[in-house]
Design a binder for this molecule. Structure first.
Ligand SMILES: O=C(O)CCC(=O)C(=O)O
Length: 293
């Protein structure tokens, strides 16, 4: 029998904010567009008092901070990325990941001052930072997962910043979130913790151990997930300058880039925690291909 997960609804049901230009497809599954299965993320003003931002984050499992960064700074990084890739080919991708320009972007006082106040405490940024780019029509995209699956060897007081490098309208395949799934992720993780208890320590924290699913994902079938948890996928038209923050238990995924303009979807995801909480040592080095995380 299927497990029932309690999902508390705290936001009003709203119709879609605009008609979709294309169906949303993720790993071969086309998302349902009924109001019970698809909705829009709620934007938040980053200038609200910290107390309100924290309450919202706790209630929703995410914050969509509109216009958090200076748009031009973000677009500058996008230009740097494509100039580097154009000059050096795809091998240059990991040069960008290790570049001073990317370090500088991630070291921006705007970001660190925010986390210092939001946590509150001295922030620590995991060195393993990811940049993702997706060509239109590329079939594979991020399956449904929550981040702690890959980060089990430290604290669970983690904050992921997902930052679009450019405008990412829904049809370009930005991040989507399963509404109120922070509670689902917590319950699943508790179940994995119990199942993993008998495994050797390095296996216990592994996203690919015998108790986990392919790629560490909860599922690649987002349609089934929304039905199973009786929830909605929340979508958004992201703009350069926005920043998402999500909890390590919040389930999210992506859809295929399906824009006709040929534009590439470019984003980064980086993770903060308090400097005095335990860190996962596997995330203390630059992201490299095949680092098995
Ligand atoms: O950008 C993506 O496709 C995935 C990002 C992600 O999983 C994250 O930000 O945690």
């Amino acid at each position: 029998m299927r497990k029932r997960y309690e999902i508390v609804r705290t936001t009003l049901e709203r119709p879609l904010e605009r008609p979709l230009e294309r169906p949303l497809v993720s790993n071969g599954y086309t998302l349902e567009t009924t109001p019970e299965r698809l909705g829009w993320l709620e934007p938040t003003d980053p200038n609200l008092p910290m107390k309100q931002l924290r309450e919202r984050y706790r209630a929703d499992g995410y914050l969509w901070l509109k216009g958090f960064f200076d748009r031009e700074v973000v677009l500058d990084f996008r230009r740097f990325f494509f100039a580097t890739i154009t000059a050096g080919g795809v091998q240059a991708f990991f040069e960008v990941v290790k570049s001073p320009e990317y370090e500088r972007f991630c070291a921006m006082p705007r970001l660190w001052d925010f986390y210092r106040a939001f946590m509150p405490g001295r922030p620590y940024l995991h060195k393993r930072k990811l940049i993702r780019f997706n060509y239109p029509g590329e079939h594979n995209c991020t399956g449904g997962h929550y981040d702690l699956i890959y980060l089990r060897a430290g604290t669970d007081r983690l904050y992921t910043s997902w930052i679009p490098f450019g405008d990412i309208p829904v049809e370009m395949g930005g991040l989507i979130y399963l509404e109120h799934s922070d509670a689902v992720g917590r319950q699943m993780e508790e179940e994995f913790r119990m199942k993993n208890a008998d495994l050797p320590p390095e296996e216990r924290i592994n996203a690919y151990n015998r108790n986990m699913r392919e790629n560490g994902w909860v599922s690649a079938n987002l349609v089934d997930m929304a039905n199973r948890f009786d929830s909605r996928w929340l979508i958004a038209d992201y703009q350069a300058g926005d920043m998402m923050i999500h909890s390590p238990f919040m389930i999210h995924a992506a859809t295929v880039n399906n824009v006709s303009s040929g534009e590439i979807r470019l984003s980064t995801d980086i993770r903060f925690q308090r400097a005095d909480d335990p860190t996962d040592p596997r995330w203390a080095s630059d992201w490299t291909p095949g680092d098995n995380l």
